[in-house]
Design a protein around this ligand. Structure first.
Ligand code: ADP
Ligand code: MG
Length: 408
């Protein structure tokens, strides 16, 4: 694909960035669009996988036919077969009428199976059959039906683990991944990080009629060295938070640190190197340095806590209703602790949680705490909480059971 076609695609779908791996992913998507080959999009959560199937469908001969995007992780195990393949009247208790199912409804069109790694094994067997022969059977029927559906699936990196644990069929994996497309993590996208931040910050500033945000050079460097575990979704949330609550519109690295953006490149190795360069490396020195760093971090956290609790921290022009935006997941979903939230005096705000002191906790405790908070923030709406946590609803159900977090 030539440069101008690539730019047209990016503009049309609102894709920002120029990283070679991103361009390659878009290129492959356009190249395979005209074929009927199955495509498997792989990449961490929040890297922008969902736009790819849309591009493939729109550029294919199926573009005037149906396109369905199904999140396999959000459909309960008991109903997923009937959702996908349909069922006959009376197939099971409650099956009052018959149901066509997505594979029937999408005939001649495209089905996007998101979070395909979450499919139960029995459904995987049905899916493999329909991929290989175009045939499927409705739940409660013996009649073989035919369908002509193009399958595009997406999964995060956990599918490899699912395969090794026997939870995902390897043959299905290879069948789905006839054409694999890898979406790179944000931390591997170099200058795109800054570009994306600027894009999000300026569109939020415009939307909420606030002054634009400017980044200092050290802030730009910090954005690039941070690991971004929640990828572009996290970056978008951070840009929105900064845009809304920072009174100072020129953002320095120090200001970014207050929003949980830490200098990941400097942990461990960097410190040793710095000390060696000065010819004074010793474990004593390192310990002293660490104690000093932790003490000043503690102080900063305390100050931040005070600032957060004082309402002056909120930008005076900032409207509060946007925190209800479904896409608004607070950054701490990716960071175990500390959890920084804002006290906004509005009955509309749902995403306000307590500041949590960063005491050492086991991973399990951290997970339990995060789930508990996400459930409370979302008034026990499991679908919203799962989205905010970046996990499937089924996984959330399991965790709720494991930790006994059912609503009393
Ligand atoms: N290159 C990009 N440019 C602009 N926005 C992006 C880009 N990639 C992802 N996004 C945005 O980031 C968010 C997460 O993307 P999504 O496709 O839902 O991620 P995934 O499905 O991989 O978890 C969405 O709001 C999406 O619009
Ligand atoms: Mg997704």
């Amino acid at each position: 694909m030539n440069e101008s076609n690539l730019q047209t695609i990016k503009q049309r779908y609102g894709i920002v960035g120029n990283a070679p791996e991103l361009n390659r992913a878009l290129d492959v998507a356009v190249q395979v669009a005209s074929t009927d080959l199955s495509v498997l999009i792989q990449g961490e959560s929040g890297v922008g996988k969902e736009v790819i199937p849309r591009i493939i469908h729109d550029k294919s001969a199926r573009k005037h036919q149906k396109y369905f995007a199904i999140n396999c992780g959000s459909i309960p195990e008991g109903t997923i077969d009937s959702e996908l393949f349909g069922h006959e009247k009376g197939a099971f208790t409650g099956a009052v009428g018959e149901r066509e199912g997505y594979f029937g409804a999408a005939d001649k069109g495209t089905l996007f199976l998101d979070e395909v790694g979450e499919l139960p094994l029995s459904t995987q067997a049905r899916l493999l059959r329909v991929l290989e022969t175009g045939e499927y059977i409705r739940v409660g029927s013996s009649e073989v039906k035919k369908t002509d559906v193009r399958i595009i699936a997406a999964t995060n990196v956990n599918i490899q683990k699912a395969i090794s644990e026997g939870k995902f069929r390897e043959d299905l994996y290879y069948r789905l991944a006839t054409i694999p497309i890898n979406m790179p993590p944000l931390r591997a996208r170099g200058r795109d990080i800054e570009m994306l931040f600027r894009k999000f910050a300026s569109s939020f500033a415009e939307r909420y009629m606030l002054d634009p945000i400017v980044l200092t050079d050290d802030a730009k460097m910090l954005l690039q060295s941070y690991k971004w575990p929640g990828n572009i979704r996290q970056l978008k949330n951070v840009a929105e938070q900064i845009c809304l609550i920072s009174q100072e519109r020129t953002i320095t690295a120090d200001a970014l640190i207050q929003f949980g953006i830490t200098d990941d490149s400097n942990t461990g190795g960097g410190l040793v190197l710095a000390n060696q360069a000065q010819g004074q490396h010793s474990y004593e020195n390192e310990r002293e340095w660490l104690v000093h760093a932790l003490t000043s971090l503690g102080k900063e956290v305390k100050e931040l806590k005070e600032m957060i609790n004082s309402q002056a921290f909120i930008h005076p022009q900032a409207p509060t209703h946007i925190l209800q935006d479904a896409d608004y997941a607070v950054a701490p979903a990716y960071e175990p602790a500390p959890v920084t939230h804002i006290n906004i005096p509005s009955e509309n705000v749902q995403n306000v949680v307590e500041y949590v002191e960063p005491t050492p906790r086991s991973m399990k405790e951290v997970e339990e705490m995060q789930i508990k908070e996400a459930l409370q923030r979302n008034h026990f709406n499991r679908s919203k909480a799962a989205k905010e946590l970046g996990i499937s609803e089924r996984t959330l159900y399991r965790r709720i059971k494991d930790y006994g977090l059912e609503k009393e």
